[in-house]
Design a protein around this ligand. Structure first.
Ligand SMILES: [Mn+2]
Length: 319
C-alpha cells in the first residue's frame, strides 16, 4: 500500500475487491443517516455491487417515500461493512457494535476513528455531502434514486440549508444533485415541513409544558404524550428544531422520555456556546450547535442534572 495514496483511493479499492457491502448507520437514524445509507446503497448497486442496507428499526414515516430496494442481509468473507454518519461504534445499530468495521465515513468532529479506513470531514454539512463528493471523485453512477436520497440527507441535516455549517460547497452539491434529477421542492416538503396529525398532537402536548429559565428554553415529551397522541415513532417528531427557532433561547433542550429510566436529551445552541461539550458530560456528543445524549435515569432526575450542568456551563462561558 502506497503511503502517499489518498484514503479515498484506498476506500475505492476496498469496495472494488469486496464481493458485497453492508451499509449501516446509527441507531434512531435521522435523515442524513437514512439518506446516506439509501443514497450510497443505490449508487453502489448501480455500480454493480450487491448491497445490504442494514436498518434494524422501521424508518420514520417521513422518509419512507424514498422506497429504495434493499436486498437481504449478506454474510460472507468478502463482505465489507461501511458505517455512515456514525460518530462512534456504540451508537451503531445493535448487531454491529462489536463487529469489525472496514470503512467509516462521517462528518462528526467527535468521530472516534473506529474502522480500518476512516474518512471523516467535520467541515461537511452532512455525511450525504461527503458521499456525493466521493461518488464524483470515483466517477460512480448517481441514479435519480441516489440523488434524491442524498439531497434528503443534506436538507435534513442543514434544516433546509439553515445551519451555520452550510457552505457554498453544500449548495453546489445540492445543485448537482438536482441536475442528476433530485426533486428539491418535493424533498423539502416530505423530509422537512410535512407534519402528520399525530405529530401535531404530540407537539401540542409537549409545547403546553414549555419552560424558560434564564436563557434556556426546554420542554418534555413523555411516554404518555406519545401514547395519547398516537405518534408511532420514538423520535421527537422534529420538535427540537422548532425549539431552536425560538428567539429568546440561547440554548434549547428537549427531554424525550423513552422509558422509566431512559431519556433522550437534545440540545440546540443559537450562540457560540458549544452544546456538544455539555452532551459529552452525559456520555453523548454531536456538533457545536446540535448535540444529544441518552441518559439512563428517570425523567425528573435527568431534567435536574441536565439543567444544572447546562446552567453551570453557561455561567462558566459568560464569566
Ligand atoms: Mn449527519
Amino acid at each position: 500500500m502506497n503511503r502517499e495514496e489518498p484514503i479515498s483511493n484506498i476506500i475505492l479499492q476496498r469496495i472494488d475487491t469486496a464481493s458485497s457491502i453492508t451499509l449501516v448507520a446509527h441507531i434512531r437514524p435521522d435523515g442524513d443517516a437514512i439518506g446516506s445509507v439509501l443514497g450510497f446503497g443505490s449508487a453502489l448497486q448501480a455500480y454493480g455491487k450487491p448491497v445490504s442496507m442494514a436498518f434494524e428499526e422501521t424508518l420514520p414515516q417521513r422518509f419512507r417515500y424514498l422506497n429504495i430496494e434493499n436486498e437481504p442481509a449478506i454474510n460472507g468473507d468478502e463482505n465489507i461493512i461501511i458505517a455512515l454518519d456514525c460518530a462512534d461504534q456504540p451508537r451503531m445499530a445493535k448487531s454491529f457494535t462489536d463487529k469489525h468495521i472496514d470503512i467509516n465515513i462521517d462528518h462528526h468532529a467527535t468521530n472516534t476513528q473506529f474502522a480500518t479506513l476512516n474518512y471523516v470531514n467535520d467541515k461537511a454539512a452532512a455525511t450525504a455531502e461527503i458521499i456525493f463528493d466521493l461518488l464524483q471523485e470515483w466517477s460512480m453512477p448517481i441514479p435519480v434514486s441516489a440523488a434524491n436520497a442524498l439531497l434528503m440527507g443534506i436538507i435534513t441535516d442543514t434544516i433546509g440549508f439553515r445551519t451555520p455549517n452550510t457552505t457554498a460547497h453544500t449548495l453546489r452539491v445540492a445543485a448537482q444533485l438536482m441536475e442528476k434529477g433530485a426533486q428539491l421542492t418535493d424533498t423539502y416538503q416530505r423530509a422537512l415541513t410535512d407534519v402528520s396529525w399525530e405529530a401535531s398532537l404530540l407537539w401540542s402536548y409537549a409545547l403546553s409544558k414549555l419552560q424558560k429559565e434564564e436563557n434556556i428554553i426546554y420542554t418534555v415529551i413523555t411516554c404518555e404524550d406519545r401514547e395519547k397522541s398516537g405518534y408511532a415513532g420514538r423520535d421527537d417528531a422534529d420538535l427540537t428544531n422548532f425549539l431552536s427557532s425560538i428567539q429568546d433561547a440561547e440554548i434549547s433542550i428537549l427531554f424525550n422520555q423513552q422509558g422509566e429510566n431512559a431519556c433522550k436529551v437534545s440540545w440546540r445552541s443559537r450562540s457560540e456556546v458549544n452544546v456538544a461539550t455539555i452532551a459529552a458530560q452525559f456520555g453523548g456528543g454531536g456538533h457545536p450547535a446540535a448535540a444529544g445524549a441518552e441518559i439512563g435515569l428517570s425523567l425528573q432526575k435527568t431534567q435536574q442534572d441536565v439543567l444544572r450542568a447546562t446552567k453551570n456551563y453557561l455561567k462558566k462561558i459568560h464569566n
